[in-house]
Design a protein. Structure first.
Length: 279
């Protein structure tokens, strides 16, 4: 079934500005710059050990541009998409259909990297509302080519997505989708008394989807909230960011045992962003 949290999508109004800001935050530039002509969007991609991070902007006319502009008008810049990775999209489509969901056929995509003219190809499987639950989400299978990899990772550079935070008002419904349909491992399910909230951890490809339940009377709905990036040295990362003019909180002990954390407070384009070091 699902093998990975393939990538995260952030909608931005100015791709050049966002690329510069995230190059500062990550301490490295993107490995890909391209466009989806038929969708009316342009993007740049930052690659990590267990996922990649996509900045997406409207640059023309098409369904993609309409989607990006809708999110910008509704909520401003920020997290809009969660993309799940697989090795066999036809197998997953059959599994989802066998569970009673109506799902369209997969679509094919292709992109060229403006940096080196290399080509990647993929297939997308877009999901029905009962499975996306308010989040722009789809399943992807990469069929040709791959993203370049940064070989020289410094201690002051985030190297892995530690966790993605999602807020929900329906934890049981979330479990039915992510565990029972997508077959992603539910590693933790507990009530956090201090928060008066239920917390779920789903784990895949060395990252965690952290789900916080806040019950209300609305229809079941999920919302992407924030990201936490792992670094080898939070002290070195903190110093580099301050030197580059990025606002960062002081370093403190994390909620998780044997961790240090700091919050990035600028240059994130409205994405709550945490740095974490395991000590």
């Amino acid at each position: 079934m699902i093998q990975s949290l393939d990538h995260i999508i952030v909608a931005v109004s100015n791709l050049d500005e966002a690329e510069q800001n995230y190059s500062k935050l990550f301490g490295k530039g993107p490995v890909w710059r391209g466009e989806h002509k038929e969708l009316g969007t342009s993007n740049c991609l930052f690659n990590f050990e267990n996922t990649y991070f996509e900045l997406l902007a409207a640059s023309g006319d098409g369904l993609g541009a309409t989607l990006v502009n809708y999110y910008l008008e509704q909520d401003g810049e920020g997290l809009i998409g969660l993309v799940l990775g697989c090795n066999n999209i036809n197998e997953i489509k059959k599994s989802i259909k066998d569970k009673g969901f109506i799902i369209a056929d997969e679509t094919s995509g292709e992109g060229t990297n403006f940096k080196d003219q290399k080509v990647r190809k993929w297939k997308n499987l877009f999901l029905p509302p009962e499975l996306t639950r308010g989040v722009f989400s789809f399943i992807i299978e990469h069929t040709f080519g791959s993203l370049p990899i940064h070989k020289d990772i410094k201690d002051s550079t985030p190297h892995k997505l530690d966790h993605l935070v999602i807020n929900t008002n329906d934890a049981e419904g979330f479990i039915r989708v992510y565990r029972d349909v997508f077959n992603i491992r539910l590693a933790l399910d507990k009530v956090v008394k201090e928060w008066k909230s239920r917390m779920l951890f789903f784990r895949t490809n060395k990252t965690t989807i952290e789900v916080i339940e806040k019950k209300d009377d609305r229809e079941p709905q999920d919302k992407l909230w924030g990201l936490a990036w792992e670094v080898n040295s939070i002290k070195d990362t903190h110093s580099r960011l301050i030197k580059d003019g990025v606002e960062v909180s002081s370093i403190k002990k994390g909620i998780k045992e044997n961790t240090l954390v700091a919050t990035i407070k600028s240059h994130t384009h409205n994405v709550p962003t945490l740095l974490i070091e395991y000590i």
